[in-house]
Design a protein around this ligand. Structure first.
Ligand code: 5GP
Length: 111
């Protein structure tokens, strides 16, 4: 039996619309539907894992962070990267993603 596709798999498949700001063969970066900062993006690997610590390969983990930091630098210059892992960590969508947050006027409010 195959599991139902995750929300992000449905976005990757264009089954659910999203504002896409970057895409390559392995990653998609979309605007968060409920932004917690003036700019709030989500970096999503197309290959499914439920949470970031399910990724075991160093190359795969490295490429995810490289993609996030490059897109963040290109889109924002200065930025914050956040990962929520597990319900207790605030994770709501169980398909690995990195949050890119930025765009605060005068810098991040808490420094
Ligand atoms: P998490 O809490 O799992 O780390 O983050 C999930 C993020 O996905 C949240 O910031 C939430 O606003 C965002 N989100 C939830 N549903 C949708 C959706 O349908 N479209 C987009 N673009 N973002 C979503």
């Amino acid at each position: 039996m195959t599991n139902a596709p995750t929300l992000f798999e449905r976005i990757i498949a264009r089954d659910i619309p999203a504002e896409i700001v970057y895409e390559d063969g392995d990653y998609i970066v979309i605007k968060d539907i409920a932004p917690k900062a003036p700019v709030h993006l989500l970096v999503i690997p197309k290959k499914f894992s439920a949470r970031i610590d399910d990724i075991v390969g160093e190359a795969e983990m490295g490429r995810l962070w490289l993609t996030a930091s490059r897109v963040a630098r290109q889109q924002l210059g200065d930025y914050r990267l956040v990962v929520n892992a597990g319900k207790g960590g605030g994770q709501e969508v169980f398909h690995t993603h990195i949050h890119i947050l930025g765009g605060w006027e005068g810098g991040h409010p808490v420094g």
